[in-house]
Ligand binder design. Sequence first.
Ligand code: SF4
Length: 490
Amino acid sequence: MSINIKSPEVEIRESRLGSSNGFVGTAKELCDKSRKNRFCERKRSFSQCLECSSSRALSMLVMIQDAAVINHAPLGCSADFAEFNFTNRAEQIRRKIPVKNVNLLSTNLQEKDMVYGGGAKLESTIRDAYVRFSPKAIFVTASCASGIIGDDVSGITDALEEELGIPVVYVSCEGFKSKIWATGFDSAFHAIVRKIVKPPIKKKKDLINVINFWGSDIFTDLFGKIGLRPNYIVPFSKIEQLKKISEAAATVQVCSTLGTYLAAALEQEYGVPEVKSPPPYGLKGTDEFLRELGRLTGKESRVEIVIKQERERIAEELQELREELRGKKVYVSAGAAHGHSLLALLRDLEMEVAGAGIFHHDPCFDNGDERSDALKHVVDNYGDVRSFSVCNKQVFELVNVLSRLRPDLLVVRHGGLAAWGVNLGIPTLLVGDEQFGIGYQGILNYGNKIIDVLETKEFVENIAAHSELPYTSWWMEQGPYAFLGREQVE
Ligand code: SF4
């Protein structure tokens, strides 16, 4: 267990969890190797693109409504700023809260700063953010550049915290430190637990922390049925709210890849129990999730009633969807635990999972509890997935795999991937809202959406007929994993 909130640095996923991003085989094979602690990474000799930890840390912090964030980096690391602002404003409209821009600055490190250091620039940017935004806290995200030149970001933020009288927090998310971009989530949460969260004053028996991205509100209704209420964190929360997350009765997460660190840290530091179950996708996953939540909050009997009622409510429509979707081949390209959850959901619709390319793999989570292992849940309850790879959005692999498997449907989680399915004439479903598939209703949501998407077949085939892939026959005629090296047992 490597959660040490006294250290300003977060331990990266590779060393903390044994995470990796190169594997090809079957889902069961990966599960078995993970259980036996056999690190099974295959390193790529060629890589097209990646996200980075810094970007993921920013994605969690910039939408805290009354904080400011400073990216201590060259301007090139700010490519996501416009997207963050768009998401922030769009979600503010949806949530009916005042619409404003993100409080986000870059120190714009330049060549001279690389030689003489960027400390003075960071200090003046922190003071600038304090005056311009009157924030309740300031987060400073590090970058490759600030890490390489050795700026003492932690020392500077500590000094400015004393001067300004608000938390000024170093976020250790230098991009080069980890190949697993989800480490950036851990960096952001480490900063929050280390400097923002306070010990509980009064425990709230009905309040459940929900670690999520910025999806739709489905938990108010779902938890309401069992007398509980959600406390959505971290995007769209406020600093005062984050200070008190130690007072919740339990913590759940929509995706263990996202929330593993924060949920475990809250349990370790403040005794807030984490719901240790697969995420609530698909029939069995949702049953297990609700039962564990019920056990931790003393609502077992109420949960059983809700499970029975909800299963009965969706039974007829689910049957109709299964009749229509049974045996249709689907390929999934998504982040780790969320991608695994989608496999369960699609199997509940009786679709045939032709394969999956999952962005990275965590052999375990910070709680060390197998019940949270969404992939094991899929393999144990729905069987193996034969064409299973761990692929950090390497489009050249995806296009090659899809052209061989020719699924009826491609399901992707990240926008940039959707175009490739369409270019190949494969109806493609992009679901940005991870809450769309949660719970019993989520299965119906997906089923109905998939039926709509399958209707686009002729349309996407038309697009494919007029599209030219950038890959030559040299690449398309060889195996998709030609650049994946041999397995590295470490
Ligand atoms: S922090 Fe590093 S990896 Fe991330 S965008 Fe900047 S230079 Fe690239």
